[in-house]
Design a protein around this ligand. Structure first.
Ligand SMILES: Cc1cc2nc3c(=O)[nH]c(=O)nc-3n(C[C@H](O)[C@H](O)[C@H](O)COP(=O)(O)OP(=O)(O)OC[C@H]3O[C@@H](n4cnc5c(N)ncnc54)[C@H](O)[C@@H]3O)c2cc1C
Length: 398
């Protein structure tokens, strides 16, 4: 496990169990990893008509996706303005546009899933942590508007009157959403199994892969799978498969889920809230009138101790109170988990160098869910043999 403490989402749903692999199988697409990335990818491949198998070394939806706090935002940790400075306008816009489309894809998938996935459209409020960050927000507002993303800039009075946040400036983005990632993954996989004949094996770990004349031969605990294409979506596992991927770093992130509060006690429209400081604090509403407060990331990839989690949780509650002194909260579940980032702010999606039928989808970054969603579609294009310029943006050996 790459997390410690009490996770909230697994208490909201009875986990569906799948058998372990025993023996040998063949398929068109093997997806390795049953978290957010693997689940959306397996669904996408199976729906497109590929005979698809998904394996997980543990249980689906149980690693970082069970810790995922479920904010779906088209804005990345790296602002559009910063992306423009680093990658140029065209690539930066492409990245943001793809994230927006990733969010749209999740929205579309949720229309056919039961309501307990708790998908809810929300605005996001990005507030200036310090007065000197106002210019950053102004700059971001101009960049987002230029490329057609809907947003509003609020001065301190508007921010305080609308959201009760006493900071110098805020940027409100429209078109974001919140979700229960744990239930979403399981509902999506359930649909893929029952409608598109996806096969799932839990407790089945990919140990090794080799390309041969008959396809990719995968050595898995319990058996072998020969697949035409293999997509590795192993999350933040630090193993031999991801060793060659540079520009990545593992950190830890922390979150608190509060006890329910009065419905009337919430800020306007239960918007999702985050800030310009890095690492940033973020806040969201959860079905049942709870609140998630997350952040306080640190540069350490070890699973955090219970003691550290308690300390970070107390601080998260204090930070929340600084922002909303009139909202009384008490922590219920507190946890910390490993989290992956990239040094250039972009996820890794693409073909494994020196292999022709093996791919990776590593949605590293705070927006991992929307990266998983557009990454799944991108991998479908690659498997179909389509070539698009945007495929190069996220390649593994960049
Ligand atoms: C505290 C926290 C909060 C977060 N909040 C958000 C958020 O609000 N919004 C957002 O978009 N993202 C968020 N994230 C990031 C988010 O967790 C991820 O982007 C996403 O859920 C990761 O999904 P994944 O499938 O890549 O990885 P995981 O969920 O970790 O799944 C990977 C799976 O691969 C399996 N696996 C690994 N190696 C093998 C192998 N060799 N063989 C078989 N199986 C293997 C593992 O068992 C695991 O189940 C958060 C992360 C953390 C830690």
């Amino acid at each position: 496990m790459l997390s410690n403490g009490e996770l909230f989402w697994p208490k909201t749903f009875d986990h569906t169990h799948y058998p372990a692999l025993t023996g040998d199988e063949t398929c068109d697409v093997l997806v390795v990893g049953g978290g957010m990335s693997g689940a959306i990818t397996a669904f996408t491949m199976a729906r497109a008509g590929y005979r698809t198998i998904l394996i997980d070394r543990g249980m689906v939806a149980s690693e970082s996706s069970a810790a995922n706090t479920g904010l779906l935002q088209f804005m990345s940790d790296k602002t559009l303005a910063d992306c423009i400075k680093d990658f140029g306008e065209e690539e930066a816009f492409e990245f943001y546009q793809l994230s927006f489309q990733g969010l749209e894809y999740i929205r579309e998938l949720c229309t056919d899933l039961p309501a307990d996935v708790e998908f809810q459209n929300r605005d996001s409020v990005l507030y200036a942590s310090k007065k000197r960050h106002d210019n950053k927000l102004r700059e971001e507002y101009v960049a987002l508007r230029k490329f057609g993303f809907k947003c509003d800039l609020l001065n301190s009075r508007q921010l305080s009157e609308t959201y009760g946040i006493n900071r110098s400036m805020g940027l409100v983005t429209h078109g974001d959403a919140e979700i229960n990632p744990y239930v979403f993954i399981q509902r999506l996989l359930d649909k893929a199994v029952n409608t598109y004949d996806l096969h799932i094996y839990e407790q089945s770990e990919l140990l090794d892969w080799h390309e041969g004349s008959d396809g990719v031969n995968c050595h898995i605990t319990g058996g072998r799978i020969t697949a035409r294409h293999v997509i590795y979506a192993g999350g933040y596992a630090d193993n031999t498969f991801v060793k060659s991927v540079k520009k990545k770093q593992f950190v830890r992130s922390f979150a608190v889920v509060t006890r329910p509060i009065e419905d009337g006690a919430f800020w306007a429209e239960k918007a999702m809230i985050w800030e310009t400081a890095r690492p940033y604090l973020y806040i969201r509403h959860v079905e049942g009138n709870r609140i998630i407060v997350g952040g306080l990331d640190d540069n350490n990839k070890r699973v955090p101790s219970e003691r550290l989690i308690r300390k970070k949780s107390r601080r998260l509650v204090r930070e929340f109170r600084k922002l909303f002194p009139d909202i009384e909260i008490a922590a219920d579940d507190c946890y910390g988990a490993r989290f992956g980032e990239t040094t250039d702010g972009k996820p890794f999606i693409g073909r494994v160098p020196d292999m022709s039928h093996c791919y990776m989808l590593l949605g590293y970054g705070g927006n991992g869910t929307v990266y998983s969603a557009f990454g799944a579609k991108m991998l479908l294009e690659m498997i179909r043999g389509e070539k698009h310029p945007q495929h190069d943006i996220f390649k593994l050996d960049r």
